[in-house]
Design a protein around this ligand. Sequence first.
Ligand SMILES: Nc1ncnc2c1ncn2[C@@H]1O[C@H](COP(=O)(O)OP(=O)(O)OP(=O)(O)O)[C@@H](O)[C@H]1O
Length: 227
Amino acid sequence: MSSFGGDGLIRLENVGLRYGMGPEVLRDLSFRIDRGTFQFLTGPSGAGKTSLMRLLFLSLKPTRGLMTVFGHDVTTLSRGTLPTLRRRIGVVFQDFRLLDHLTTYENVALPLRVMGKAEADYRTDVVELLGWVGLGDRLHVHPPVLSGGEKQRAAIARAVIGQPELLLADEPTGNVDPTLARRLLRLFQELHRLGTTVLVATHDIALMDQYDARRLVLNEGRMHIYD
Ligand SMILES: Nc1ncnc2c1ncn2[C@@H]1O[C@H](COP(=O)(O)OP(=O)(O)OP(=O)(O)O)[C@@H](O)[C@H]1O
């Protein structure tokens, strides 16, 4: 029962995942992510990182084992609970998922609008954050005209603007140069300092070497942890 002690924001016990009738792509995962911690998730291409991120964002359910997120057993979540839990999570997926009919500024401000905040209270924060990620001159354009790296940074800004309890970022520096990648890592560190639990999936060893954090390593669906 090792994963079920302590202040586990996320707990997995013997979790397995398969797509349809295919083979298990995640196998016997047992680990805990404590509140307020920072960790990298890494491993070779196809090891299951994105699949694990989807599990943690409650887009998929484990096909076996026990998993809790914010203390809720994910297999018995009611339809109403799911969106409430997701609102506590900031996500950056590899396909960005920006809304094309909104400007960059509006995309990033969206989580705050959903929370019911007034624009006058957040406008400066959104503009400042977009400046920090290098999009200060792209505020009023729509996602289709942004480059891949610009879309990625807009998605990151949207994920962090509301200071979520949990940040899940899948290859967040995959489309940017090393200088910008360091800058984005600093943003995640700052968020962590403010209390967010952070999980960053990355292949980028140079990036991981810049921050002394726990490493969750997936290999062929199994996990090894280096504290
Ligand atoms: N929707 C899906 N349906 C069926 N199989 C899938 C699906 N998504 C992923 N897989 C399979 O699950 C395995 C793990 O894929 P996943 O994308 O989670 O790995 P990854 O570690 O994120 O890889 P990468 O680093 O290349 O993004 C792979 O064998 C992949 O083919």
